[in-house]
Write a protein that binds this ligand. Sequence first.
Ligand SMILES: Cc1cc2nc3c(=O)[nH]c(=O)nc-3n(C[C@H](O)[C@H](O)[C@H](O)COP(=O)(O)OP(=O)(O)OC[C@H]3O[C@@H](n4cnc5c(N)ncnc54)[C@H](O)[C@@H]3O)c2cc1C
Length: 416
Amino acid sequence: MEQTYEVVIVGGGFAGVAAAKELGHKGVAVLLIDQNNYHQFQPLLYQVSTAQIGITDVTRPLRGIFRRNKRVRVITAIATSVDATARTVTTADGNTYRGRILVLATGAVPNFFNTPGAEEKTFPLYSANDATRLGTRLVELLDETDSRPNNGGVNVVVVGGGPTGVETAGALAEMFKYVVPEYFSHSSASKCSVHLVDMVPTVLNTFSEKSQKYARSRLAKMGAKLKLGLGVTEVRDDGVTLADGTVLPSQLVIWAGGLKAGPIIDESGLPQGRGGRIDTNPDLTAPGFDGIYVLGDAANTTDRTGAKLPQLGSVAQQSGKWAARNIYADLTGGAREPFKYVDKGYMAMVGRGAAVAELGKKHTQLQGPFAFIAWLAVHVVLLSGNRQRIRALFSWFENYLSHTRSHVAPAQAKAG
Ligand SMILES: Cc1cc2nc3c(=O)[nH]c(=O)nc-3n(C[C@H](O)[C@H](O)[C@H](O)COP(=O)(O)OP(=O)(O)OC[C@H]3O[C@@H](n4cnc5c(N)ncnc54)[C@H](O)[C@@H]3O)c2cc1C
């Protein structure tokens, strides 16, 4: 069965939701397709895995977001193929949807760079499912080590020293240092360790040297061990092998080593650039395909100055909103405008009261408690939904004042 809409959007992440909201407000008939019936807030997934906040704090029903906008119809379905020339998308249930305009905002999937064992044996952290699976495995391992006190603690290796890896390693180091001794009876539980590995000789490679230095010293202070300047060549059942041949023993390897566009982009026939993403035109359309927009992590987006933009929530959100205006122009005979990105900077949390932030166009640097407060403020604003904001704020307050954890990770924990 084929259905036609003015605009079909695949992907209800930052970019897809922003585009659908703006188009819905303008009265355009939109079909929004996502494989999940919820929108997920990726920046806080590591906090779900480490039981700082709950899974419902980082997820929000897509139909709830659009319940007051009847011009936006949401369906839950996995898009399996795209025909860029016909501007159609086909879903796993056999339906085909055609848009006068088709928007691809399907985000990214982990890039394992063909590292042997990585895909099967590691735990990535890119979706709500990943976060609960990792959290559950962590608790399983802690339980096991608690019941066999002479066997030592849990050794975790985090691969990738970008913001995701740093935030995850920091949260785990803090958990092992303060939370595990309170919750697990045997001293073996406090023998747990976390290693952060990256092939480049620093962490937070895209941040300033000062921020990098601060993050490295805070991580070390919290007990995380840094193995920098050495790539992972293999992931084994008992740990990871590094480029110099050493083996880091580990029962749990977390993959934060990179991203690439998902399979639907691979098979779309659109011209792909770095990371398998689509190098879009400045107006956010795909080169050679006038009615196709590619947004967020699925695209290599440039702004009107030609600057390449990073894969960030703010880029995805702003490009979604901007694309909606260009689409409205397409539908009403107006002219498209090249995307203008407002750079608000970036930040990463290293631990309790410790963060790095490079704010605004000039990337004004903050470290420590001030950056931590800026991080809290920005994430409260970015979170989708007032309930989610209030619950997350309450949890952060509780975590800050004590080392208690009141959340669980209810998922099946199997690697691969
Ligand atoms: C762990 C982590 C931490 C991060 N921290 C930050 C941060 O602190 N600050 C920041 O700015 N950015 C951060 N980012 C980056 C930011 O989350 C992404 O840039 C942003 O989510 C991209 O938005 P998007 O809409 O392109 O994709 P996504 O948000 O990934 O949304 C893609 C959507 O498409 C759906 N989808 C995918 N394939 C299909 C299919 N075949 N069929 C149907 N639906 C499909 C998915 O279910 C998903 O809902 C982080 C990312 C991660 C993974």
